[in-house]
Write a protein that binds this ligand. Structure first.
Ligand code: ADP
Ligand code: MG
Length: 396
């Protein structure tokens, strides 16, 4: 789960990470009240809140340039904010459809002396949190990694020991800091790491983390994602969920405890077990098709969940065929067959459907499907099933 910059900054502040004063608003009526909280003199930055980076260099679909803009006065800030709110922002991370801006964040402008990059992520190879820091902030870190890898400092943290003082110094030295900024950076890094660890974040990225002309460290941007599997431990974080930023189909799937992820292809998969779902997607690819989703109905799915799964799959206009691939272990094949028959009564299945059942009560399951008179193609093996659905979709 991801959150907005303004939400992340509130959490940062609670961990002693310095952020600029800011106010988030969801409607134009609230602009004046928000802007009145800033001093009359001084510049204000107007920031579109969407769950994607690259906002500063983004373009709105009506041609307005920049999702992050500096205003010289409150009236200018107001004018810019009204152009952004409700408008759709396209950045290199949103895809061409862009994202509708539903929240504006007004924040005090800082005088930047230098922009740094700082991130904390879970490194899968070492199973450790890794701190990534660079003197080249404000730009794409991927480009820095590609062109000047020497400008990136990486520090791996042993999860049982936690972040050690020498590691904090290593990062601050790596950024070439000294004096007050060196000390501030240490405190900031400690705060960010504690936040990352205690809140089960999967990513904390501050780009840029700046040193101001007065030598103060400030987190100017904040991109934070949390581990969904740990969200049950953090009611406060769950409250920050913004459903406007999530795929409707994924939200619906979560209600029925289905693991669903929308993909770009046109062959929908309904599978029990994450491993089987992965291999089903692989084999669809192998036969030249493209999966429209990852969908794991779990080990003990019931008819209600299977019906919900079909509804979700069919609400995606890209879907041109469905492959049901079930291994009956804990789940018996006849129960799944009943689920499919129930689902077909409630949702009209308008695209080719291939069903492959294997395992406990497979004969009974197949018999139920045949007797139901449902318009489906049954398959005997995983490759048979994949080949059949790919051909059906190709020739549809
Ligand atoms: P994004 O990464 O989505 O483009 P940022 O929050 O990083 O958005 O803003 C883009 C750039 O705008 C920053 O790299 C920084 O140069 C400038 N900027 C952002 N916030 C402020 C601020 N409060 N004061 C001064 N400049 C800012
Ligand atoms: Mg940024």
């Amino acid at each position: 789960m991801n959150i907005h910059e303004y939400q992340a900054k509130e959490l940062f502040a609670a961990y002693g990470v310095p952020v600029s004063k800011g106010v988030a608003v969801q409607s134009e009526d609230a602009f004046d009240d928000a802007l009145n909280q800033f001093p009359d003199e001084g510049m204000i930055v107007v920031k579109s809140q969407i769950h994607a980076g690259g906002r500063g260099k983004g373009t709105f679909t009506d041609g307005f340039q920049g999702g992050v803009k500096l205003a010289n006065s409150k009236s200018e800030a107001r004018e810019i904010a009204s152009k952004m709110l409700g408008n759709t922002l396209v950045t290199h991370q949103t895809g061409t459809a862009g994202r509708k801006v539903q929240t504006i964040y007004f924040t005090a402008a800082e005088s930047i002396s230098h922009e740094y990059y700082l991130a904390i992520l879970m490194d899968r190879d070492t199973s450790k949190p890794v701190i990534i820091a660079s003197t080249e902030g404000g730009v794409d870190i991927e480009q820095v990694a590609e062109n000047t890898p020497g400008k990136i400092t990486k520090v791996f943290v042993d999860p049982t020991l936690g972040l050690q003082p020498y590691q904090i110094r290593e990062v601050a030295f790596g950024l070439g800091l000294s004096g007050g900024a060196f000390k501030d950076m240490g405190k900031t890094l400690k705060g960010l790491y504690d936040f990352f660890w205690q809140k089960d974040a999967s990513m904390v990225e501050v780009n840029p983390l700046i040193v101001t002309e007065e030598g103060k460290v400030v987190a100017l941007d904040a991109k934070v994602g949390f581990d969904d599997n740990a969200l049950f431990r953090h009611a406060d974080i769950q409250e920050l969920r913004d459903l406007n930023e999530e795929d409707d189909k994924e939200i619906e799937a979560a209600k029925f405890s289905l693991s669903y992820i929308a993909l770009d292809g046109n062959i929908a998969c309904l599978v029990n077990g994450a491993g089987l779902a992965m291999s089903t997607m692989d084999i669809i690819k192998h036969f030249g098709g493209d999966p429209a989703n990852f969908l794991d109905v779990g080990g003990g799915a019931n008819a209600e969940q299977v019906t919900a799964a079909f509804k979700i799959i069919l609400s995606d206009p890209k879907v041109k065929g469905i492959l049901v691939n079930i291994f009956g272990g804990i789940m018996k094949c006849d129960i799944i067959a009943e689920g499919i028959i129930e689902a077909a009564k409630k949702v009209e299945i308008t695209v080719p459907l291939v069903v492959r059942l294997e395992g406990t009560n497979v004969e009974l399951g197949k018999q139920l499907l045949t007797e139901s008179g449902l318009d489906l193609v049954s398959a005997d093996s995983l490759s048979d099933a994949a080949e059949k659905i790919v051909n059906l979709v190709k020739h549809a």
